[in-house]
Design a protein around this ligand. Structure first.
Ligand code: NAG
Ligand code: NAG
Ligand code: NAG
Ligand code: NAG
Length: 446
């Protein structure tokens, strides 16, 4: 702890680091951060979610982002059978939503990089949690046919579009299924999700928007979504039809658990891609039945004669309730490690890069959690010296953390503080400090 404090002290010199990414659009909640006053440099929403209770991580309630809806009339419009575009960025300032795009570039952080940007030890600026574009995990949008955000639950929020190999460039386009039914008069609630695949903390992103379908041609509702399951190499085993978003590595509310290794020999990390049965593009199999013609041809919000609140439908069998993990019963230990029991990784054989601090310092752990935190795992000294986290010696940390440690270098969450230029570089020796800063920042912020 003393060491952490010392590092933290030193790290303050570098300012706040927070180069994570989120999908910006005027229809988003938290456009100005968790406040009503305009903030052209907001970036609260880019903070990832990890080991939080359901009521905290759901729609980023942890910092009250879900309490700050977009301005009246601002929606993310989803043209049935068409596309929509958002700006994936590390800060609102790096999008066209601020300063007329003055600080925006083709990339999420306002800087410029080679088209074939590739860093075998992981790209950290922007914080793609990937080595290159082909390794980017994939991102998704989901929709709930509820207008009131408080009524949105995993059971009525279905993934309707996925974009493989994102996040990558700032401007990102998603496809809308042609048969999307219209939203109720008050619009729908959408969500953006991203679950990185290694290269850092195995967290998730879950942020809300007000959205509405335009040009609907069908009134058939979206079926009740079921949790996705790991089905790499076994398409027949994938969850068919409407799927929930990926809820992983939280203290409660998880809907997927994985263990072991993927086909590439890395620790499994669920993501919005084929490994969970999500095809790239529009998810055209999410409806409760065949398309039914709409009386209206659908304008935007309007025609909702049909109250189909998506959930009603489908009889869907299912929902399997879940699965194995509902997180709630697991203490955060096995949560992070979810399926992997101690026998899995061989940490000692994994040489952690000096600066690779995959260990998570718990953000504001609930009091109860501290009791479960045992001594840091003895296997990797450097990483664990900083760990005050609850991940204990008796269980493994999240698989992707290990993976990440094995395959990459510094987890440098270098950042672009607001509108300022991104730090050009951080001396290698300071990488660790910066990484710690990042963790500590969480601790302070959350
Ligand atoms: C992307 O990164 C992965 C992992 O380091 C590597 O195997 C692959 O060759 C890279 N692809 C390109 C195009 O650089
Ligand atoms: C999670 O598990 C707990 C205890 O096993 C149970 O009470 C709760 O209803 C479950 N929640 C969900 C969403 O399945
Ligand atoms: C740990 O994982 C190994 C290999 O997957 C399995 O054989 C063993 O039963 C697991 N142990 C526990 C306690 O889950
Ligand atoms: C820990 O890091 C220091 C400095 O980076 C390095 O000299 C030392 O060998 C590392 N120890 C282990 C066990 O990796």
């Amino acid at each position: 702890m003393a060491r952490v404090a010392a590092l933290l002290g030193a790290s303050l010199l570098f300012g706040v680091a927070n180069a994570h990414l989120a999908a910006f659009h005027k229809g988003m909640y938290c456009l100005n951060g968790p406040q009503s006053a305009q903030d052209l440099n907001s970036y609260s929403i880019v903070t990832p979610l990890y080991q939080l209770d359901l009521n905290q991580w759901w729609f980023h309630h942890v910092d009250r982002c879900d309490q700050f809806p977009p301005a009246d009339g601002d929606f993310l419009d989803l043209p049935a059978g068409g596309q929509f575009t958002v700006e994936i960025a590390s800060n609102r300032a790096k999008t066209t939503l601020s300063y007329n795009g003055r600080d925006a570039s083709d990339w999420p952080d306002g800087n410029t990089y080679p088209e074939d940007y590739n860093v075998p030890t992981c790209i950290t600026s922007p914080n793609f949690h990937a080595q290159n574009q082909s390794m980017a995990a994939g991102t998704a949008f989901a929709i709930s046919y509820e207008s009131d955000i408080s009524k949105v639950t995993p059971d009525n929020l279905a993934v309707f579009t996925v974009r493989y190999h994102t996040p990558w460039k700032r401007v990102t386009t998603y496809d809308v299924p042609a048969n999307m039914p219209p939203c109720p008069p008050g619009g729908c609630i959408c969500a953006w999700g991203w679950v990185p695949n290694g290269c850092g903390q195995p967290n998730i992103y879950h942020m809300p928007y007000r959205c509405r379908v335009t040009g609907s041609k069908s009134n058939t509702p979206v079926a009740k979504p079921k949790p996705p399951v790991w089905c790499e190499g076994n398409p027949g085993g994938c969850t068919k039809g409407a799927k929930q978003m990926i809820y992983w590595n939280q203290n409660s509310g998880n809907n997927i658990q994985v263990s072991g290794y993927d086909q590439a020999g890395e620790f499994k990390s669920p993501a919005y891609n084929s490994k969970l049965g999500f095809p790239d593009g529009a998810q055209n199999d999410i409806f409760a039945g065949p398309p039914s013609s709409s009386s209206s041809g659908g304008t935007s919000t309007g025609n909702s004669g049909n109250t189909n609140t998506g959930n009603t439908n489908t009889g869907s069998t299912n929902t399997n309730t879940n699965n194995q993990n509902n997180g709630s019963n697991s203490n955060n230990n096995n949560n992070a490690g979810n399926g992997n029991n101690a026998s899995a990784p061989k940490p000692s054989s994994i040489a952690p890069p000096a600066a690779s601090i995959a260990v998570h310092v718990n953000l504001n752990p609930p009091a109860s959690r501290s009791s479960s935190s045992a001594a840091p795992a003895a296997t990797d000294s450097n990483a664990t010296t900083i760990s005050t986290s609850s991940t204990s010696a008796t269980n493994n940390r999240a698989p992707s953390c290990k993976r990440q440690r094995r395959r990459r270098g510094p987890i440098l969450d270098a950042e672009d503080p607001a509108t300022q230029e991104e730090q050009d570089e951080v001396p290698a020796a300071l990488n660790k400090v910066v990484a710690v800063t990042h963790r500590r920042r969480f601790a302070k912020t959350w």
